[in-house]
Design a protein around this ligand. Structure first.
Ligand SMILES: [Zn+2]
Length: 147
């Protein structure tokens, strides 16, 4: 089923609703289209992919944190590009190695190719003489959704 992401008035992601529900929100003018599917119409509206509430809604169930850390999430965040050599990555490197207390967090992990990951081993990038080309950040929930 096609679902539509609903953003709060401050652009914070709230939840997903059915396309029908989203169109009703547009009709009632409680929401406006933030992003639409190109060249698709639902009645008079462009087919929404993301809608934004007109008025800010305070909710208990609002996403206050971004998405939780996962290995596939790291690869996805980094577009499967090795943070060290720019090659294609299919492993996740811990910048501060886990053996030395590095955690599974967005900021401590980066997508890496097998070669770089092996080369870096249990070192920090500086110790291994490797330069990290990217600054790992915690992605928004939205960026990972791949909308
Ligand atoms: Zn590499």
């Amino acid at each position: 089923m096609t679902t539509v992401l609903v953003l709060n008035a401050d652009l914070g992601p709230l939840h997903r609703v059915s396309l029908r529900h989203a169109v009703r929100m547009l009709c009632r003018q409680v929401a406006v289209i933030e992003e639409a599917v190109p060249d698709r119409l639902i009645g008079v509206f462009p087919m929404p992919r993301i809608v934004r509430l007109v008025k800010y809604v305070v909710t208990r169930w609002r996403y206050t944190n971004g998405p939780g850390w996962t290995r596939p999430g790291v690869i996805r965040r980094d577009n499967a590009t090795c943070g060290y050599c720019g090659g294609s990555a299919n492993t996740v490197d811990h910048i501060l190695p886990r053996s030395r207390g590095g955690k599974n967090t967005w900021k401590n992990t980066v997508a890496a190719c097998y070669r770089c990951n092996q080369r870096k081993a249990d070192c920090t990038p500086a110790e291994a003489g490797m330069v990290l080309r990217v600054k790992p950040v915690a992605p928004t929930w939205f960026a990972l959704a791949g909308a």
